[in-house]
Design a protein around this ligand. Structure first.
Ligand code: COI
Length: 355
């Protein structure tokens, strides 16, 4: 399908909205889905049947290939409501690009802009009442695609479903988190699928994360597959540190290229900080903490936004990070991004995608 080809959406509004059942003052993450969802089908080499329909169950075949061979990818995006009621999605174009990179790596079809970005616009338009406005809340948007061919045998599926669901959310992490440096299990190796947002990257994290939880940590800090010497990401978010005067984030194709991470690193540069995307060894971090050089450490992601890290466990020892109140850069970024996303300041970068 060419980028200019028009796609028509079938819209079937619900006749029984669940909006009145939602307690917008007490939003948990990912529990209540908005009234509508977008569903598009890919058959015979093209996208067809794009529709916005009431949120509900999907029918699947037991031989559906995504269940067996794992062709399943997703994204996480957030929309915010300004004081005047304007609904704005934060940088969805970057998620669209990343989604298609994930698709290519898993031999899945790309989703055209009209369906992904055009679809988000139409979906949020019909569910604009679902976008919460209180600071710290947002509408979480979950686009995903999976292989639907009903056949066993390892080959790229001939059919796919692209679906977008949304849900009003509060914080994913409501307080600073502790991380255990993972030196046995591996998230991704060079040449693998670490950069892609595929379902399997999350499935593989569950067991080692449970082990870390059992030891009293909230999450794990993944390290490289080869030597377990270099820091990668937290699994639910990217990692950013302030070591000395430099804002540093681990870099490479074994980690997810987060939109929040890239936004924060751009702001660091704009604001005149020294900003580096490079390998960071666990030893550099631990030595920095011991020497009082690591003044800030945080997880950065769509769901996590900016979540401060207060403790890091490595080889049986816990290292405590400085108090959250004194973290100049991360608190400043969080405050600025809140103001920008809720439309309280100008948007010099064009990051707000108005619905
Ligand atoms: C996101 O940040 O949007 C994610 O997909 C991470 C997931 C752990 C909720």
């Amino acid at each position: 399908m060419s980028a200019t080809e028009q796609i028509s959406f079938r819209v079937e509004p619900t006749n029984s909205s669940r909006l009145s059942q939602v307690d917008f003052n007490n939003l948990k993450f990912g529990q209540i889905m908005s009234d509508h969802m977008l569903v598009a089908e890919y058959n015979n080499g093209k996208w067809e049947d794009v529709s916005i329909v009431p949120y509900g169950d999907l029918t699947i075949s037991p031989s559906m290939s995504a269940l067996h061979y794992g062709q399943a990818i997703f994204e996480g995006i957030k929309a915010y409501k300004f004081e005047d009621g304007t609904v704005s999605i934060f940088r969805p174009d970057k998620n669209w690009e990343r989604f298609n990179k994930s698709a290519s790596r898993l031999q899945m079809p790309e989703v055209p802009e009209e369906i992904f970005l055009g679809g988000l616009k139409q979906l949020l338009d019909i569910d604009r009442e679902w976008v919460p406005s209180k600071e710290g809340t947002s509408l979480y948007i979950r686009p995903f695609m999976f292989a639907t061919e009903s056949a066993l045998g390892v080959h790229p599926s001939i059919s796919y479903k692209f679906v977008v669901i949304t849900c009003p959310v509060g914080a994913y992490y409501s307080k600073p988190i502790s991380l255990k440096v993972e030196t046995h299990y591996t998230r991704a190796a060079e040449g693998g699928v670490g950069f892609s947002k595929n379902a399997g990257n999350y499935a593989l994290s569950l067991y080692p994360t449970q082990l870390a939880n059992d030891e009293g940590y909230d999450q794990i800090m993944w390290t490289d597959a080869l030597e377990h010497k270099y820091i990668e990401e937290a699994g639910t978010a990217n990692l950013i540190f302030r070591i000395g005067d430099t804002i540093i984030t681990p870099h490479g194709d074994t980690i997810l290229h987060g939109v929040t991470r890239r936004t924060i690193m751009q702001l660091a540069e704009e604001w005149g900080y020294r900003a580096e995307q490079r390998r960071v060894s666990v030893q550099e971090l631990i030595d920095g903490i011991k020497a009082g050089q690591v003044s800030e450490a945080f997880a950065a992601g769509t769901a996590a936004t900016i979540t401060h890290i207060d403790r890091i466990g490595f080889e049986g020892t816990d290292y405590t990070l400085p108090p959250v109140e004194g973290r100049e850069f991360s608190n400043k970024v969080l405050d600025y991004l809140n103001q920008l996303r809720y439309g309280k300041v100008e948007d010099p970068f064009g990051w707000n995608f108005i619905v």
